[in-house]
Design a protein around this ligand. Structure first.
Ligand code: AMP
Length: 398
């Protein structure tokens, strides 16, 4: 069974065609600058990379070109579009409507529209992508997989903010979390690596990339996560500030004469390790600058690591213990020094990192010492595969 996974952004579209018999990626690619000048498709299937620069006025044209590339006799990997058994779409927000993936219907599309207020940049693009696929592949089943779904098991005490209750009932203000597909994928994989099913494991999963979040997972279910109503809350990120005193918002707005949009931009785009270091939002650049004696770069890393360490400790307290710690995403999978810094001082929780085993990048491995009470794993995340697995599951049981 071949599944096409689609991830639509406002002007982009990422895709993978996965053969679910062996979970091999047959082809993948990226369409950029949809609807603007310089539209470009980069496709890797059979043979060399294929690049096509041609005007694409909307996502429907982009999906059409993706399907053409998949069946192309030189770089395609299938003979006919009908070989695609199902399509899985990544959706950023399902609000509190969806706690699991579902088959696409008109009602589902309406509900995703309802959640636009919670993901104004992403959900509109997802809907355009779904509609384009439904038009071009009218008989192919489609599934939507929500980034928020995994976090829907959080108890009320974890997802409610201590604001007037009407802010929740009137404006849906609560914690929804993000990166759920990744947290789910690595928590399942970690349980497999521990040789247990997810039951009876208390786990903290750290998705550390340009966007970063931690989740507390008990018995395979998310009980808390660091991102909130939006992905701004929680850890320090590439350009996002994460947790801070909310009174800072009106304080800076007044002091700098900023509008709400400008303040939002400052916290989302100009803060995090970029704002602290003044060097870059890319952790590799910051690590290099810190090695060369740049104080602010070192400070940015220290603040970042300290915040992750605090979340691990607080989640261990929230869960009443911890059995397993997982690092994933760009930094989590690749930064040997960051994993070391984060684990330093957590020995009191039974977390002991083996420095030799930790000398690894981008592989699913255990990196804890023999006598570490807590198993520590590096696990490359694979959101596309998780989406494809959910898609198969739903389509098979239709
Ligand atoms: P992601 O958002 O998951 O793609 O992660 C992107 C982040 O991972 C960027 O800030 C990268 O600098 C960081 N990253 C990727 N590879 C490495 C590496 N080898 N060492 C440190 N950071 C890395």
């Amino acid at each position: 069974m071949k599944v096409l996974v689609i991830n639509c952004g406002s002007s982009s579209l990422k895709y993978q065609l996965i053969d679910m018999e062996n979970e091999n990626v047959l082809a993948k690619g990226l369409v950029e600058r949809i609807g603007i000048e310089g539209s470009i498709l980069t496709h890797k299937g059979k043979g060399d990379k294929f690049v096509l620069e041609t005007p694409m006025k909307d996502h429907q044209v982009a999906v059409e070109l993706v399907l053409n590339a998949l069946v192309n006799k030189d770089h395609g990997v299938i003979n006919d579009v009908c070989e695609i058994a199902a399509v899985g779409h990544r959706i950023v927000s399902g609000g509190d409507i969806y706690s699991k993936s579902v088959i696409v219907t008109d009602e589902v599309v309406e509900n995703i529209k309802e959640c636009i207020k919670l993901a104004p940049l992403h959900n509109p693009a997802h809907i355009v992508g779904i509609n384009a696929c439904r038009t071009l592949m009218p008989t192919t089943p489609m599934v939507v997989v929500f980034d928020t779904a995994f976090h829907q098991t959080m108890p009320e005490k974890a997802y409610m903010y201590a604001l007037p209750y009407e802010m929740y009932t009137k404006h849906s203000v609560r914690r929804y979390g993000a990166h759920g597909t990744s947290h789910k994928f690595v928590s399942l994989k970690a349980a497999e690596m521990m040789g247990k099913d997810a039951k009876n494991i208390k786990m903290v999963t750290c998705h550390l990339g340009n966007g970063a979040s931690c989740s507390a997972v008990v018995d395979g279910k998310c009980v808390d996560t660091s991102m909130g109503l939006t992905p701004l809350e929680g850890l320090v990120m590439g350009t996002r500030c994460g947790d801070m005193d909310p009174a800072i918002v009106p304080y800076i707005m007044k002091a700098e004469g900023l509008s709400p949009e400008e303040m939002d931009n400052l916290m989302n785009k100009k803060s995090g390790v970029l704002g602290l270091s003044g060097v870059s939002s890319d952790f590799r650049d910051i690590e290099d600058a810190a090695k060369n004696g740049n104080h602010r770069a070192k400070l940015a890393l220290d603040v970042f690591h300290y915040r992750v360490r605090k979340y691990i400790g607080s989640y261990a307290a929230a869960m009443g213990g911890i059995d397993c710690l997982v690092f994933t995403a760009g930094l989590g999978e690749n930064s040997i020094s960051s994993r070391e810094e984060i684990c330093e001082g957590l020995e009191f929780l039974g977390i002991k990192l083996d420095k030799e085993k930790n000398n690894v990048r981008g592989k699913a491995v255990e990196v804890s010492t023999e006598d570490s009470r807590v198993k520590i794993y590096v696990i490359p995340t694979n959101e596309e595969l998780m989406i494809a697995r959910d898609t198969v599951e739903l389509v098979k049981n239709k």
